[in-house]
Ligand binder design. Sequence first.
Ligand code: HEM
Length: 510
Amino acid sequence: MLSASVRQFVCPTRGLSVSVARQRSEGPAGGPQARGFEEIPHTGSNGYINLFWFLKEDRFSSLHKYMEKSFNALGPIYRRLGSQESVNIMLPADIMELFQAEGLNPQRMTVQPWAAHRETRKHSKGIFLKNGAEWRADRILMNKEVMLSSAVSLFLPPLDEVARDFCQILRRRVEAEGRRSLTLDPSPDLFRFALEASCHVLYGERIGLFSPSPSLESQHFISALERMLATTTPLLYLPSKLLITLHAPLWTQHATAWDVIFSHADARIQKVYQKLQSKHRQAGSSGHSPDNQEAFSGVLEQLIEKGQLSLELIKANITELMAGAVDTTAVPLQFALFELARNPSIQEMVRRQVQSSWASAGGDPQKALQGAPLLKNTVKEILRMYPVGITVQRYPVRDIIIQNYHIPAGTLVQACLYPMGRSEDVFREAGIFKPTRWEKSEQRGFLSLAFGFGARQCVGRRIADNEMQLLLFHILLNFQLSVSSTDNIKTKYTLILQPETPPRITFTLL
Ligand code: HEM
């Protein structure tokens, strides 16, 4: 059954206010009034070979800008033609419509080179790459370890420890030679911070990346992660099967980088497994059951201890979490430092809240964050302006009507977060960094979607959100941030949205 509603759409380029009649679908969709799928405006590209299309105008690295331009030219829905055809949308009400049709086991686009690695090496896939009932079964178990609030309160102290260490080391670097301030590109340090924090939470282990001479194993691990991420993007647009058959260097580099990451996980699994065995042996000989009330010892240990997933599946999932964890938090932290630095009054406002919360939290990171909601909104605002993933994708399980177009079930539909976050129709003063906007009731609804939505939303979001907040918390307690130029940062898209050139930040001791 269809019911009609009329809404206003202000065309971003033409500034025209247009009334759009749209049908809301309450039963099987696709009523007689809905316009056909084929009528959805399209970008005109008919390149069947994505690679050439992207290389032609360097469209891949500016895909987010290209999407923004396409919406401006074509309105709030358009089709992208080509080998991977999609329907792109950007208005919150339309995105809601899409998520309502995501079904019980929501599906999004897969990262083909990662899946190809698992297939060629005969490794199991984890929740990032799995679909259907298999995905759901693993995901429910993973949620317990990283999404529930009981889990969050366990991993906040290790995240806090790493954030404090980071600031202490930075303080020492600033103070060297009697200085009070230091200007640097913090991106390599933030990458190490994210990796150290993830290892502490996932493996229950510090891997010493803040030391001037990290172990050889840690150095191999970090360069494998960097190589894996760097080789993923070009591989997305090349035929994996052909490259595998030809043993192409790009593919070999990608696969061997993954192998190092997997063997790093393997070594951790062996270590934890042996530790647990000896713990159980000791408990057996003393007649006491093993103590479950110990301090947090890492997601990996919890998973092995519970024994609900096979070791192979634990390895697959923990490795995917590790891969998901690194750049995803390090990059928004760069943007956050930059925006706080170029907006001194906002920085001061957030700092005041952080200082007063710290004064009353008695060193408890959970209380400290609870007392600084502006910091949470700072992270939310950063992810609005600079969403790590520029789209969230779904294949709706039933036909849907969006903007009065009939979209058949199974179509790849992309909710385009970057254009949405930058749209004046959706956010007033969209180009301005304004964390307080999230305090207002008008900013509720399908607006903050950087971590995705629903059952398939980012499983690492609690780790990521808290990790970023805690680092910013301690940075604001220790340093005044400034930048020499307040010009906007140019961004590029390489699987994640990042600065074209990492901004240099001045850290001045408070
Ligand atoms: C600012 C940081 C991060 C952002 C913006 C982000 C964003 C996302 C998004 C948009 C998705 C897809 C969600 C959907 O389809 O609805 C996702 C999935 C995922 N993320 Fe994150 N992520 C971040 C950090 C992390 C971290 C720290 C981890 C690991 C600890 C992680 C692990 C994963 C995994 C494993 C999935 C797949 C989940 C599934 O399919 O069930 N992410 N992330």
